[in-house]
Design a protein around this ligand. Structure first.
Ligand code: HEC
Length: 100
């Protein structure tokens, strides 16, 4: 868990923080908070799906083409265990691979 969270934090800062902010609180109504949000505290399947495939017609792009299975597993593990989110789950790269 520690290693994935550390890697996930750096993936997050490089790719996600411009919109969702380093503190996970997002910006106004344009970019949603990830602290306590439906998907980051919901099912792992929905979280992987949103990061891999994005959401059509929004600025949330699909990350599947850019990020490796390991980086996606790491950033999701980071999001589920940061900013007060305490899901306590480690996401395996194999699970991301199987969701592609
Ligand atoms: C260009 C801005 C932008 C960037 C960069 C971005 N997002 Fe998003 N993200 C959004 C927007 C906008 C939404 C809301 C989409 C909707 O549901 O309308 C969103 C939604 C989400 C959600 C769902 C939140 C919820 O509970 O509804 C997750 C999880 C998420 N983003 C993760 C990430 C991750 C991980 C990264 C980096 C790899 C990232 N985002 C990068 C704009 C961005």
């Amino acid at each position: 868990m520690g290693e994935l969270v550390t890697r996930g934090e750096s993936v997050y800062m490089d790719n996600c923080a411009t919109c969702h902010q380093p503190n996970g609180l997002g910006q106004s109504s344009k970019y949603p908070a990830l602290a306590g949000s439906d998907i980051t505290t919901g099912t792992i399947e929905s979280h992987i799906d949103r990061v891999l495939n994005g959401k059509a017609d929004t600025e949330m792009q699909a990350w599947a083409p850019q990020l490796s299975d390991l980086d996606i597993a790491a950033v999701i593990t980071y999001e589920r265990n940061s900013w007060g989110n305490e899901m306590g789950q480690v996401i395996q790269p194999m699970t991301v691979y199987e969701s592609r």
